[in-house]
Design a protein around this ligand. Structure first.
Ligand SMILES: [Zn+2]
Length: 199
């Protein structure tokens, strides 16, 4: 695995909507954004399958519609779900892209952000492998900070102030990424990035 934690290393192609370096596993769970709609926010998620277990292949399998629904009692509860996210950041910092940024990933469901509904239409979904109550890994913060910087630079409508949790855009229905995510740590980093961007 390449070292993903070098500042400024990420590059986004506006033509393909892909970030480099990332491992590409195209999800079938994607479609076109509404015409004329560009990414304007980032929705952060936490996911683990089964819940609370890290390191297995099940998240990727879910996003690729390859999960064995009979393999665990929890999988039966989500049987048939067709979901995706643009990016997954694993505990070790590995970055995987499932949907090009120009297309719509299926991650937020019924949601709204500052009065604008259906966040999937205008957001980029980033899943952190994790669980609401378990601290996220330092390597995930490092990757997330720099990926967000690359997205802010690539898509003018995205700013450090338009990054929200799934729990914020679907309150009462979703709890991820949970209280375990240290938003102050992120805002500290993004504040510096925004400041340096304006110089
Ligand atoms: Zn979520």
């Amino acid at each position: 695995m390449p070292d993903l934690n070098v500042p400024g290393q990420y590059a986004i192609s506006l033509e393909t909507g892909l970030i480099h370096p990332a491992r590409l596993r195209l999800s079938p769970n994607r479609d076109a954004r509404p015409e004329g709609t560009a990414p304007a926010m980032i929705v952060l998620h936490g996911i683990s399958l089964p819940p609370g277990e890290f390191g297995g292949p099940q998240i990727e399998a879910l996003f690729l519609n390859e999960l064995d629904w009979d393999a665990h009692p929890y999988f039966d509860e989500i049987r048939g779900t067709q979901v995706s996210a643009h990016l997954l950041i694993r505990r070790d910092g590995e970055l995987i892209q499932f949907v090009p940024f120009g297309e719509r990933a299926w991650h937020a469901g019924e949601s709204s952000f500052r009065g604008r509904v259906q966040c999937n239409d205008f957001s980029i979904g980033i899943e952190l492998e994790g669980e609401d109550e378990t601290p996220y890994d330092d390597r995930q913060y490092d990757v997330l900070v720099h990926v967000a910087r690359a997205l802010i630079q690539a898509y003018p409508e995205i700013t450090a102030r338009s990054i929200a949790g799934h729990c914020d855009v679907a309150p009462g229905r979703k709890s991820d990424p949970g209280p375990a995510l240290d938003w102050l740590r992120l805002y500290d980093a993004w504040g510096e990035l925004v400041e340096s961007d304006t110089l």
